[in-house]
Design a protein around this ligand. Structure first.
Ligand SMILES: [Zn+2]
Length: 265
């Protein structure tokens, strides 16, 4: 069993209707959260890193100024600072699981020099070697990825699979005596990964990244506004991943799905 904590690194602002098509046109916050997972027998694992000051710097020049105009960002505390506040030094973080390569998920990679990175091959292939406008079109700021990324990265695709009737091709990651489940949640981008962790209470926390933006949508299946659906790489895949998460949540009533951007997170 692992100890799981969830923190927020800041937020961007957009319209409620973007997250759920029949919600209002009020401007609301989309926090950028990240997860800290501490297995009982050691190891410090992050699920994403949220924003950081590196994001602001990367967005200070063209073409990424356009991104900042479209989605105004308010930075909070960097993940590295938050962790130091609870006694975890940046070099103590040994594993970062990257759901996908949007800036609100990889903003802090530079701050954890000893961490290995785990992501899907499809998610990395979707963005690697894309800079400037080519990167911007995919919401990718290459400056946020450390130069030695590829030598520190391994792919979930190379891990063993397990039976999972909700999410085919779930991969198993063994760390500190725990078995973590890497959950394929494609649609938002190719190869997006979620993470299912058994916590100290015996229940699971399933980090769902951007496969669902509001917990309410797990209950009623409501999709984002059609305009927001256009940001998803594969809309049918997005709807399929959301339906799978809803089924999982219904079958695990004591467990919790954690979307990165739900204010309740
Ligand atoms: Zn995203």
């Amino acid at each position: 069993m692992a100890k799981v904590d969830i923190f927020t690194s800041g937020h961007c602002s957009s319209l409620e209707v973007m997250a759920r098509r029949r919600d209002g046109w009020r401007v609301t916050r989309f926090p950028a959260s990240f997860g800290l997972i501490r297995p009982a027998r050691g190891g410090i694992i992050l699920f994403d890193t949220g924003y950081s000051r590196h994001v602001r710097r990367a967005m200070n020049h063209l073409p990424f100024i356009l991104y900042a105009r479209l989605l105004p960002i308010t930075l909070g505390e960097d993940a590295a600072v938050t962790l130091e506040g609870i006694g975890i030094k940046p070099q103590d973080v040994d594993t970062i699981i990257i759901s996908h390569f949007h800036p609100d998920h990889i903003g802090g990679l530079h701050d954890f020099p000893k961490a290995r990175f785990i992501c899907s091959k499809a998610a990395w292939d979707w963005v690697r070697r894309r800079s400037g406008f080519s990167g911007l079109r995919r919401g990718f700021l290459a400056d946020l990825v450390p130069d030695d990324f590829e030598s520190r990265a391994s792919f979930a695709d190379d891990l063993n699979t397990c039976e999972n009737s909700f999410f085919p091709n779930t991969r198993l990651l063994e760390v500190g005596g725990e078995t973590l489940r890497l959950i394929p949640l494609p649609g938002h981008v190719p190869g997006q990964l979620g993470l299912d962790v058994k916590t100290e209470t015996g229940q699971s926390v399933l980090f769902a990244a951007d496969a669902v933006w509001r917990c309410k949508s797990l209950d009623d299946g409501m999709l984002p506004h059609p305009l927001a659906m256009r940001v998803h790489h594969d809309r049918k895949g997005y709807a399929d991943s959301l339906a799978r998460l809803s089924s999982w949540a219904a079958a695990h009533p004591g467990s919790r799905v954690v979307p990165t951007h739900d204010p309740g997170t």
